[in-house]
Each structure stands twice: as C-alpha cells, then as structure tokens.
Design a protein around this ligand. Sequence first.
Ligand code: BGC
Length: 265
Amino acid sequence: MAKTVARKAARRAKKAVGTRVERKARVTRRPRAGSEGPRTLTIDIGGTGLKMLVLDARGRPVNERARVATPQPATPASVLRALKTLIASQPRFDRVSVGFPGVVHDGVVKTAPNLAPSWHGHDLAKALRTATRKPARVCNDADVQGLGDIAGKGVELVLTLGTGLGSALFVDGRLVPNLELGHHPFRHGRTYEDLVGKAALEKAGKKRWRKHVRAAIAQLDPIFNYRTIYLGGGNARLLKPADLPKNARITSNEAGLLGGIALWR
Ligand code: BGC
C-alpha cells in the first residue's frame, strides 16, 4: 500500500516536472501578446502640435509619443512635410490612423477652422497612403479621442479642450460622426468654441475659462442627457475635478492617440 502511494506520488512528481518544463519552453517561445498582428501609426493633428506614436495590435503604445509644433501657416503642404519628417523616426507600422481637427468625410477634409482654408477638399487619407505606402484612415480628432475614452454604454459625450472645442457623441459605443458643437451659438452671439477654446483661455484667464467650461457643461447636460461626459484635450488638465458634476471625467490627452486603433474595428 505504502509502495503504491509512493509510486503514484513519484509518477505525479515526474508528470509535474514534465509539465513545468514543457510550459516554460512554450512561454519563452511565445511572443508577447499583442506583439503579433498589425501595428497602427496613430497621428493627432492639432492646431498647436502634431503628435504620433505606434500602437501594437492590442492598442498599446510601442514607443514614446513624438511631438512637433504645428507649422504656421498650417497648410496641407507644410503639415504633410512636418508629418513625413516625424513619421521617418517611428518604428515599424502597418497602417495609419489620423485624428484631424475638422469635419472629414471618407478621408477627405471638409473643414479645418484652426488650420488653413486650403484644407477644404484635401484628400488626406490618400496623401498619407501615398506618403507611407500603407492603408490610412482619417477621422475627426474628437471622434478618435472619444473612441479611446468611452465605456461603450448608453449615451456618452466627449469634449476636447484644445485650440478648438472638439465634440463626439456615442450611443452604446457607436459614433455619431462629425458632431460640431464647438461652432454652435452659446452666449451673446458667441459659440462654445469662442468661450472655451484656447484663445478664450488666453484672453479670460484660467478662472473665468473654468467658469465657462462649467457653464457649457451645464447647458449640454439637459440637452444630451448623457451618462458620462469626458473632458479631454491639452487644456482639460486645467480643470478642477471637484468643481465638475459627478458624471464628468477628465481624460488623458494620450487618448487622442490611443483611440486610433478603433478606426480599424
Ligand atoms: C473643429 C472640430 C475639432 C475641434 C478640435 C473645432 O474647431 O471644428 O472639428 O474637433 O476644433 O480640434
């Protein structure tokens, strides 16, 4: 009896060792999850800065974010030149996603209020496909940011506080593309963007600008009745979380790039 138990234990131990060795060998041979599959170069074109990084197949950054100031005047030619220089410093990628600060239909720019009028009608997706020889998709910047922020449940609104005011609306994770709340009249003939954009921040100072942001949220909440409002973009860091309603979240500026992978879903 004792002999049988000892034999069984020895067999179990042998099996366990075998399993351990085998598992270990498999783990060391298996590449890091997400390192297989397409990598996405994600680009955020802003009125102030051009940013980019490469995401692995699971949407995790594989490198540090690179940034240069947006050339002025920000014409298609000057912006594309700056983008090409920055792209040359990026690691390997298989496709390109772009967040653009204006209305975009099928990769073609319709408006670019904070860049230059010569963008109107410019096929940015095609220009980037030619420049990189990779497939490229272009969407509104706030829409891309939102794709990186939302929970995917109910109505969610995203505002980006940067040079302009970006907005993106989602219903159960589905995007209503190109919502341009920034240009809607808000107060005394001025638009939301006039009151919470970068120019307003510089003119009114942080305290009054925060007050305007709170007033804008108070106006939008009973119209959209969203579950959550996400506040992103470079200036969102100036907000005080304690001053905001409970359903408001301040999100990282990085989401503008992290959402890039969602354009391929
Ligand atoms: C543009 C939007 C853009 C926002 C943030 C606004 O002026 O009209 O399309 O999302 O700026 O860049």
